[in-house]
Design a protein around this ligand. Structure first.
Ligand code: UPG
Ligand code: MN
Length: 727
């Protein structure tokens, strides 16, 4: 028996580990040397004639770069990859012994997250290759939209045909939308089901267009009463709602196989009471599912993801059912993958560091961080430490198969009320964490601190696919939210560098700290994006000459940092251009989303504002926008506040670079002395090409709004003038 279990999965260390550690060792001393060099310049500022404040600012920037590099080493220490063998599971368990699985799908806004897509997410999970009588799908609708409920009522009917169709034809992509977009079978059964799907979609779309569920869509008195309620609701103030759409004990598909449970709920909202965004929704789901099915395993899915492989739950079970791991295994995390992003991934939406490189790194320590979706949890982990936790005691109808009674429903409705959590430990020591709007990262981190471990599962066939933001404003809005939420963890008493290092491990603490202090990057980048450039046009050298040996320190750090990233990208199966766009987006984030995130967090700390969860838009404005996206054009279009600093920085660099080159040609300054500054501004200019294009050359709807460009030009003039006076 033991032998067999050992073979459920294997683990392999990255062969480059010794090389990475050696590189880190050498790099460390180079960083020390640069800091020492800069420090000595700050101390002896009188000799060079450069104002103290300039060298001091650069020192701050370089110390923050060094901090980021240092924390980044945690995930380079011991990257591992795993493989699992789900077919061997049957040597250990029988199908009827598989644990129950509750799937949580969250949605929050029918206009940013079209109900048709949410339904496809749920259908792809309902159609898992998993015993249907052990599978339940719970949908939480924070938008409290009759449109979403209507879509799910339609989906419940469609599931009767869709589930057997998938299983009979051994289909792998079980989101109907993704399936019909990618396949072109013409046989009869295929055509029939396609027509059914299109019918359903049309009905949902026609309600979407009207904004409500119209009479002609309603078939029974019961439905009509249900939708009447919405006439009295607003999304901010409404009572709890639960609708049991499919019940495993009663409902069967067209081939008489039981269907999984499908349950729609919308927790009570009151505009006066904080509802804790997605974490609040997940905790409501935890409670209600605890009362109805109480499955020991939970899968969380965002409504912008869908299953790309029906055997995924079995893969997760290879770890969750392994007796040598099960006692302290909190979750099995699958990466997020995005098939719709363009060839060169202009917004670096793949987020390869987060979803692959760093996850493999953490996987070799305490297990990966949680990314909110595509994550199979052990329900027990939400209720205590590995040794003390037991299943939630609200569970009433566990395994009794008596169906969902009226009294359970009443209890469940109560558990959804917005006062339910008052005075309880929900959001702190029970369930998903509330202190941060990046609830996924924070919850995973805190679970690790309590002694739980996790596993990163990255099968060859991507387990889940999803949508990534497809406009620059959305992409930056998302990282701004993350930046604020990550600070909320970093600057709390649970700071990974102290609390995490002590309670998990030093290296794991570093990995988590790398993210919590993401936003500090904005300080370094903003300094590096303005100061050397303005000093250049004032003939002030801030870096060593090419002929100075110290120059090679800077060159070494720059080149090896870039080379290491490129190697990591290429090894992970990415391309040169994706890497190039990723390094560009880091600079962009530095002066936009991270800068605004840092400001927003500071305002929160002094009590001026409270950060919110702005849901990422999942729909394209129009066909032209998606055409531009597929061509690889940056999408600006709106005068988003995030674009203003970007315009300033890019125009400052363009002006200073041009002036700097002119000065060198006119021999006003020495090339040797100014090389680094010319290089930095030139590098920014090279990177900013798509932004200049959007400001000065493009005519389409996605171009940079003129007001932003004008602002950029005015501020640049102001900065240049000020620098002449001040420097
Ligand atoms: O009040 C809210 C806000 C959001 N959501 C849901 O949360 C999910 C994630 O929202 P999205 O706008 O797609 O955010 P992303 O930035 O794409 O999500 C990433 O970041 C989040 C934390 O910021 C994590 O929760 C996600 O799992 C992770 O994919 C979606 O299903 C939403 O419907 C809610 O249920 N209630
Ligand atoms: Mn998302």
């Amino acid at each position: 028996m033991k032998m067999k279990m050992k073979c459920l999965h294997t683990l392999k260390e990255d062969p480059l580990i010794p090389f990475n550690r050696f590189h880190a060792f050498v790099y460390f001393f180079a960083v020390l040397a640069v800091v020492y060099h800069r420090f000595s310049l700050v101390m002896n500022d009188t000799s060079s004639g450069v104002p103290f404040s300039m060298f001091a600012s650069l020192l701050v920037a370089e110390l923050l770069f060094a901090l980021q590099w240092f924390t980044g080493q945690g995930s380079k220490w011991r990257p591992v990859t795993r493989r699992e063998f789900p077919e061997r599971l049957w040597e250990m368990v029988e199908e009827k012994q598989l644990p129950k699985l509750d799937v949580f799908v969250c949605t929050a806004d029918p206009y940013k997250e079209p109900p048709v897509n949410v339904v496809c997410t749920a259908l792809s999970a309902m159609a898992f290759d998993y015993p249907t009588d052990r599978l339940s799908v719970y949908v939480s609708d924070d938008g409290c939209s009759e449109l979403t409920l209507f879509a799910f009522m339609e989906a419940a009917k469609f599931a009767l045909h869709w589930l057997p169709f998938c299983k009979d034809n051994n289909i792998l992509v079980r989101s109907p939308e993704a399936y019909f977009n990618s396949s072109n079978h013409h046989d009869h059964s295929h055509q029939k089901i396609k027509i059914m799907y299109q019918d359903m979609k049309e009905r949902i779309d026609s309600c979407m267009k009207r904004g409500f569920v119209s009479e002609d869509m309603i078939i029974s008195q019961k439905e009509s009463e249900l939708f009447m309620k919405w006439k009295r609701f607003t999304r901010r103030d409404h009572p709890s709602i639960i609708e049991i759409l499919l019940e495993s004990d009663k409902d069967k598909d067209v081939s008489s196989v039981p269907l999984p449970n499908l349950i729609y709920l919308s927790r009570e909202k009151s505009s006066k009471i904080a509802h804790n965004f997605k974490a609040g929704a997940l905790n409501s789901l935890l409670r209600v599912s605890g009362m109805i099915t109480n499955a020991p395993v939970i899968l969380t899915l965002d409504c912008d993801m869908y299953s790309n492989d029906p055997s995924t739950p079995l893969r997760a079970m290879c770890y969750l059912l392994d007796p040598s791991m099960a006692s302290d295994l909190a979750y099995v995390q699958f990466p997020q993958r995005f098939p719709g992003i363009n060839d060169k991934d202009i917004y670096a939406a793949e987020i390869r560091h987060l979803f692959q490189i760093n996850s493999q790194g953490l996987a070799g320590l305490c297990g990966p961080s949680c990314v909110g979706t595509n994550c199979f949890f052990n329900r027990r982990c939400f209720f205590g430490s590995p040794s003390s936790s037991s299943l939630h005691n609200d569970a009433i109808c566990d395994a009794k198969n008596e169906g969902i009674s009226y009294s359970i429903l009443q209890k469940a409705l109560d558990a959804l009320s917005c006062r339910y959590e008052h005075g309880t430990k929900w959001g702190s020591s029970i369930g998903f964490q509330y202190e941060s709007i990046v609830e996924d990262y924070n919850t995973g981190y805190r679970l690790q601190c309590r002694g739980w471990r996790s596993v990163f599962c990255e099968p060859e066939r991507p387990a889940f696919f999803g949508d990534a933001p497809m406009s620059l404003n959305d992409a930056l809005g998302q990282t701004k939210r993350w930046c604020v939420g990550l600070y909320e963890v970093g600057f709390s008493r649970y700071c990974p560098l102290t609390f995490g290092a002590k309670n998990v491990s030093f290296l794991a603490g570093l990995c988590y700290a790398y993210y919590s202090f993401w936003g500090l990057w904005s300080i370094s980048i903003t300094i590096y994006a303005l100061l050397p450039q303005l000093a250049l046009i004032n003939h002030i050298p801030l870096f060593p000459k090419i002929s100075d040996p110290c120059f090679y320190l800077y060159a070494y750090l720059f080149i090896t940092t870039y080379a290491q990233e490129l190697i990591e990208f290429m090894r992970g199966g990415s391309t040169f251009w994706k890497w190039w766009n990723e390094q560009r987006i880091w600079m962009i984030r530095g002066v936009t989303s991270f800068l605004f995130g840092s400001i927003e967090f500071t305002l929160k700390c002094i009590g001026i504002s409270t950060p919110g969860f702005t849901v990422t838009n999942k729909v394209m404005e129009d066909d032209e926008q998606s055409e531009r996206y597929n061509k690889g054009l940056y999408e600006f279009g709106v005068a988003s506040p995030l674009f203003f600093p970007l315009a300033v920085v890019t125009i400052v660099n363009l002006s200073c670079f041009t002036l700097g080159v002119a000065e060198v040609l006119r021999k006003k300054v020495s090339f040797d002395e100014m090389f680094v500054q010319l290089f930095i501004s030139g590098f920014v200019v090279l990177n900013s090409w798509p932004i200049y294009e959007a400001m000065f050359f493009r005519k389409d709807q996605g171009r940079m709004p003129t007001i932003v460009t004008v602002f950029g030009v005015c501020m640049t003039s102001l900065f240049v003038l000020l620098s002449f006076f001040l420097f």
